[in-house]
Ligand binder design. Structure first.
Ligand SMILES: [Zn+2]
Length: 292
């Protein structure tokens, strides 16, 4: 495995916890390798509020949005890349996606990374065999390693998203793939985005151009949460002034959750058939690293 030292950028295929050039040491905190010690203990509101992990971990299992996104992600990995040998997720949060990847791809070697140790602690309760590490997505130490990298609703938290995409490109083997989900449409911006520390909601054009600029060809680009757009607009009007808009929007009652699940299932069928939605709360992009 080729590691690029996050401190001095020298590469080695024989990394044993320490850079032979500059002396940088990969500490272990709470059982997780730490690649970005300078970012440990960030204040809330930088990139993400780590207090939200608890709220997310409690919500995810029952909520239609997280379930539907998992279905879409797992299908996309299989459809475009079959069974990856080495897989990584950047910004795995509480491990809700990662656990499902572990289950669907029992033979895949998996790395889950997250900036916040708080998130990794939740992920370690859900994931049994993923290697969980703390790192800065703008300075990924892995080189030429993964067949597929996933980054799900993370790029919008990072000012320099293009650097992240370029780091992912370098972490992939030749013709490796990337799966990305991001929130979409500037006009859907609301208190939810403010509370979640988002820098932006993307347009299709912006996302596709950035993915190409980072060295990928776009295999697939579609919106999702498309059929629920009218509900999203109504929810945003209702909760516009609410402080905890995140939980207000995701904590919906059981009946509504069930209906939304059914609507998302229909939408998923259409995406599987090849239909690309132009409008939607989120966008899925599948890219493949260009051969060099
Ligand atoms: Zn070094």
């Amino acid at each position: 495995m080729i590691i690029q030292c996050p401190n001095c950028s020298s590469e080695t295929d024989n990394w044993v916890n320490k850079c032979q050039k500059c002396g940088f040491i990969t500490e272990v905190i709470d059982g997780f390798d730490v690649w970005a010690p300078e970012l440990i203990g960030l204040g809330s509101g930088e990139f993400f509020n780590p207090d939200c992990f608890q709220e997310l971990a409690a919500l995810e299992d029952e909520n239609f949005w997280f379930q539907a996104r998992n279905e879409l992600i797992l299908w996309a990995i299989q459809h475009y890349f079959e069974k990856p040998i080495h897989y990584a997720e950047i910004g795995c949060g509480t491990g809700y996606v990662l656990r499902a990847v572990e289950q669907v791809f029992p033979e895949t070697d998996i790395v889950g990374s997250e900036l916040f140790i708080e998130g990794l602690k939740y992920a370690s309760q859900r994931c049994r065999r993923s290697k969980l590490v703390q790192l800065d997505a703008r300075n990924i130490p892995y080189r030429n390693q993964f067949n597929v990298v996933g980054i799900f609703d993370v790029l919008e938290h990072i000012d320099d998203d293009l650097v992240v995409l370029s780091e992912i490109e370098k972490s992939l083997v030749s013709d490796g793939g990337v799966l990305i989900t991001v929130p979409q449409h500037r006009w859907l911006w609301s208190a939810v985005d403010d509370a979640a520390c988002h820098f932006r909601r993307y347009s299709a054009k912006e996302m596709e151009e950035k993915v190409k600029a980072a060295g990928f060809e776009v295999l697939r680009s579609t919106s999702f949460v498309s059929l629920l757009i009218p509900f999203m607009v109504v929810a945003r009007l209702l909760f516009r002034k609410q402080a905890s808009a995140t939980s207000a929007e995701l904590n919906i009652n059981k009946q509504l959750n069930w209906i939304f699940r059914k609507i998302m299932a229909l939408e998923f069928k259409l995406v599987q058939l090849g239909f690309n939605f132009s409008l939607g709360g989120s966008r899925l992009i599948v890219g493949r690293k260009k051969r060099t």
